[in-house]
Write a protein that binds this ligand. Structure first.
Ligand SMILES: Nc1nc2c([nH]c(=O)n2[C@@H]2O[C@H](COP(=O)(O)OP(=O)(O)OP(=O)(O)O)[C@@H](O)[C@H]2O)c(=O)[nH]1
Length: 134
């Protein structure tokens, strides 16, 4: 697998008081996944996370809450033949969560018993198991 077929992304693990995990389904796609996305040119991870969360969810990242968790490699959900190299961050948000037009659905799920929905491999194989542990 060459680097050219790997998409570097930042991904957010956002939890509510009950420990549920926020997932999004991007416009016109079927897989639920972590909020986040690709880095723009010149952006660092935190700037990209803040921008993506604002663009997707209409809310703000609480700067002091941002904590790097792990880096994961997974099959890309929507790009056949590609993988994602994801840096996962714990993030708290402030303000109402108001999904934008680029998000078809935003849902909270219990990581210990996910519903029977299409989950992106990164979410299914890495993020939810990590969330169950802690
Ligand atoms: N945010 C996010 N993206 C993921 C996850 N898993 C996964 O395969 N991806 C893929 O990583 C890429 C993220 O890119 P993005 O959200 O910035 O870009 P996009 O394809 O929506 O739009 P764009 O190409 O116009 O910027 C998409 O191909 C997405 O399907 C995940 O858990 N979270």
């Amino acid at each position: 697998m060459t680097a050219s077929r790997t998409i570097k992304i930042v991904a957010a693990l956002i939890r509510d008081d009950a420990g549920r995990v926020l997932l999004v389904r991007k416009r016109g796609t079927s897989a639920f996944m972590q909020p986040g996305g690709k880095l723009d040119a010149g952006e660092d991870d935190i700037a990209a996370l803040s921008r993506e969360i604002s663009e997707e969810l209409g809310c703000l990242v609480v700067p002091a809450s941002v904590r790097p968790l792990e880096a994961f490699d997974a099959v890309a959900a929507n790009e056949p033949g590609f993988r994602v190299a994801a840096s996962l961050y714990h993030v708290d948000v402030m303000g109402a969560i108001a999904p934008s037009r680029e998000i078809d659905e935003a849902i909270w799920i219990d990581p210990a018993s996910p519903p029977d929905i299409h989950l992106a491999p990164l979410t299914r194989d890495h993020v939810l198991p990590l969330a169950v542990q802690g």
